[in-house]
Design a protein around this ligand. Structure first.
Ligand code: NCD
Length: 356
């Protein structure tokens, strides 16, 4: 990296992508169709391979000599645990830092110094941070620090975003793609489908990253259902226009529920508001998914949610025992996609596919 940190940070996400190559995962714009298909195939292969004890032993032999750090200083259940399980599936040793208050950052250490310290001890950093640029800072410092050798190539320690600020959650969007592909397997995959994103689209990093990925599919249309104050932002809308991905906005979930192939619900991201501790903004009725919506959905459609969910999905939907409700499967898919992501980063993807 021949740029100063300041110059690197002054670039847009898209302008950073060529500098990141495949050495880190920070932005959904890094992925093309080929790499999305590859990750889905690899995730599926790992899932099947792990069903036999020989397969599970093989997977856990692959990265035994590497150590991962999960540096999560924003709340997390699924992303943290699924990365942890994925690393363990591949045999990695694991460490975690989950609270700034009990790390040296509370003594005033900068993020760059902290990351440089982590890199002295570990070979992979998965991080969740409130600052949208924290991953870029970490990657920049990784290019200056200790390198590791992967398949004969000297590379910086991989940095993987597990969610950054309100902007991006690239590994979530990969597992969402995997879930959509699996759900649409009988009806020709994601190409040609209409996907409705519902809720807080302004600060929801999952829906932002997923929207970026849609440029990789043919004839996909996006429908944005959100209150005005939480509608999808101009940067994403412009990106979609540039890449000829059609989109439209609706003012309630009911307006499109019967026409779309997938519904992706999200929670109001009110951790960014100054609400009294323990209180939450209620979701307005137009953007709550109810049992009646399930009845109106296409028979081939699916209902996703990155989770955690609150009042935006009526509890009865969970008890409906309907195969179109896929968010619990989506959660499990996340672990397999993260196995695939780490295997690919550490150059063992091909060995897995060859053995299958
Ligand atoms: C999401 C996140 O953290 O952005 N959760 C997740 O990783 N599955 C969604 C959310 O918190 O609403």
């Amino acid at each position: 990296m021949d740029l100063s940190l300041q110059d690197f940070l002054s670039l847009s996400e898209a302008e950073r992508v060529p500098y990141i190559k495949d050495h880190a995962i920070l932005y959904a714009q890094q992925f093309d169709r080929e790499s999305l298909d590859y990750h889905c195939r690899l995730a599926d292969t790992c899932r099947k391979m792990h069903k036999t004890s020989e397969g599970a032993d093989f997977l856990s032999s692959l990265l035994r000599h590497w150590t991962a750090l999960n540096f999560f200083v924003q709340p997390s259940s699924r992303t943290f645990l699924s990365f942890n399980s994925a690393q363990s599936t591949l045999g990695m040793r694991r460490a975690s830092v989950r609270d700034i208050n009990i790390s040296s950052m509370s003594k005033g250490e900068t993020l760059t110094d902290s990351i440089r310290t982590f890199i002295s001890y570990v070979d992979l950093v998965v991080m969740r941070h409130g600052d949208s640029d924290a991953g870029a800072v970490a990657y920049w410092i990784a290019t200056k620090a200790r390198k590791i050798n992967i398949n004969g190539e000297e590379r910086p320690i991989p940095i993987v975003s597990g969610g950054s600020g309100t902007k991006q959650h690239p590994t979530q969007s990969l597992l969402d793609i995997y879930t959509l592909e699996k759900s649409f397997e009988p009806i020709g995959g994601i190409d040609g489908k209409t996907i409705m994103l519902v809720g807080d689209l302004k600060r929801g990093r999952t829906v932002r990253s997923l929207s970026y990925l849609m440029k990789n599919y043919n004839d996909v249309e996006l429908v944005f259902a959100a209150p005005d104050r939480y509608q999808m932002q101009d940067d994403i809308l412009q990106f979609l226009d540039t890449h000829d991905v059609p989109w439209r906005m609706v003012d309630s979930l009911s307006a499109a529920v019967a026409d779309v192939d997938a519904i992706y619900m999200t929670r109001i991201q009110d951790e960014w508001d100054n609400l009294a501790p323990g209180t939450h903004e209620a979701t307005s009725d137009e953007f709550c998914f109810k049992l009646e919506h399930l009845r109106n959905m296409k028979s081939t459609a699916c209902l996703l949610h990155p989770l955690p969910k609150r009042d935006e999905i009526e509890e009865a939907v969970d008890y409906a025992d309907d195969d179109r409700v896929v968010y619990w499967r989506q959660e499990r898919n996340g672990m397999w996609m993260r196995v695939a992501i780490i295997a690919k980063l550490f150059g063992v993807g091909e060995a897995i596919l060859e053995r299958a």
